[in-house]
Design a binder for this molecule. Sequence first.
Ligand SMILES: Cc1cc2nc3c(=O)[nH]c(=O)nc-3n(C[C@H](O)[C@H](O)[C@H](O)COP(=O)(O)OP(=O)(O)OC[C@H]3O[C@@H](n4cnc5c(N)ncnc54)[C@H](O)[C@@H]3O)c2cc1C
Length: 512
Amino acid sequence: MSLWKLLQVSSAIRSSARSASYLGKVKYDYDLVVLGGGSAGLACAKEAVDNGARVLCFDYVKPTPVGTKWGLGGTCVNVGCIPKKLMHQASLLGEAVHEAVAYGWNVNDQNIKPDWQKLVKSVQNHIKSVNWVTRVDLRDKKVEYVNSMGAFVDPHTIEYSVKGGPKQQATAEYVVVAVGGRPRYPPILGATEFGITSDDIFSYDREPGRTLVVGAGYVGLECACFLKGLGYDPTVMVRSIVLRGFDRQMSELLEAMMSERGVQFLHTTIPSSVERQGDGRLLVKYRNTTTEKEDSDVFDTVLWAIGRKGLIEDLNLPAAGVETKNDKIVVDSTEATNVPHIFAVGDIIHGRPELSPVAILSGRLLARRLFAGSKQLMDYADVATTVFTPLEYSCVGMSEEMAIQTHGPDNIEVFHGYYKPTEFFIPRKSVRHCYLKAVAEITGDQKILGLHYIGPVAGEVIQGFAAALKSGLTVKTLLNTVGIHPTTAEEFTRLSITKRSGRDPTPASCCS
Ligand SMILES: Cc1cc2nc3c(=O)[nH]c(=O)nc-3n(C[C@H](O)[C@H](O)[C@H](O)COP(=O)(O)OP(=O)(O)OC[C@H]3O[C@@H](n4cnc5c(N)ncnc54)[C@H](O)[C@@H]3O)c2cc1C
């Protein structure tokens, strides 16, 4: 049977189901329609089906201005966490090869270089395998998947069209909006013609070369760092501060670590235009907003990392009456919008952490509440996160500033220390930025409000501490915990110096 015939038949079945609804048998085509097949949407759809719901999930990726597109699974799998971690790993391996010489390995060619095209191919092959597994998983779980944009016609009806075919409609008792976001482009000359974003870099078919990364959020810093580690020459353009929203001291340390490794920074600077020169390279004009000085430089690649916008524009939300705020959807603690049967989860929600595990857990919990009688709400507090720079930064809980703002400076104690990872000694790696701190209440057993760590494998270190912090970890318990030696995570169990004491937090040796 041809695809069109199949579509017509399935459409006929649905419209007969719809007419049946008016006879009082089945009210809607589906119990749940999910808009968006990323971390949040897929988790929600699969959990709903597991709990007996009839689910239809839409996912569609609009190509970027330079034509990059990808498969099912959303940002994390295709153009986010996964390819980013793989490129990060590739760049760490370059560093490790050089360290290996100090450890006695005979590495004959010290001028080793990565093969960008080969790296991109390996990364893309992995992504394609994940896309495939995701599709098979949906089929096995009996989640109906349609590769199309979905938009509201009314609060219970979604309109879509497959591969430019006729418009079709599906109705559902509940609708979950999980459409995520996409990178922003600055409104300047040449931005979309000549610039790329994180949506393009992981499948970029030519070497990035000298790259201007515009934006100093975690995506910008991570991209700049893996490019540096792979032997390219990145410059980060910072409008105001690096890592807005993160702990200031840790962010500044991270920037210093990047500078030490040769990443350039252009501070208080914004771009004005991008033009392609005769030699194919990109002339970027920019302005320092402190000095008002205008300047320009030439790059091979310009990567915009100036933030992401929620994808509400194609949803026709006014037809459903859903409230939005700054291109995001406003929800309550049950992820319900102002329209009670329409929910939103993941990056599209206003004012919640934009992280894949947050999207997954909130999607799953929502499905359980809708179809399994659960009452459990998503807890958005104390979500751990990691910035994947060469020394990684991971944290959970409050920044020092937030703790001071919330509890007052006299009610906070900050325990801190620099440390020397054992494995750094032989290759003589810089330990200047290996630092950690615990932000705690000053009284009683000193409940810990935030933990911050810069060093190797930061995400692995902080993940376990995140569970402890969520369970009410105190400084007393932390210091009563016997460390695993020799690790860097054990440094948390040895935090004895407070900032207030003014004592030097630099250790004499690795085991002091
Ligand atoms: C470079 C980068 C690195 C990241 N690294 C990390 C990390 O290390 N750790 C981490 O936890 N998070 C990371 N994130 C964030 C993470 O990727 C997101 O938080 C997560 O993907 C959000 O999931 P989501 O389901 O809300 O949205 P998405 O994954 O974006 O999925 C939404 C899907 O819906 C589709 N869609 C949009 N509109 C419609 C429509 N109208 N109809 C049908 N489909 C539609 C979209 O094309 C997309 O496929 C990173 C993000 C980026 C950009």
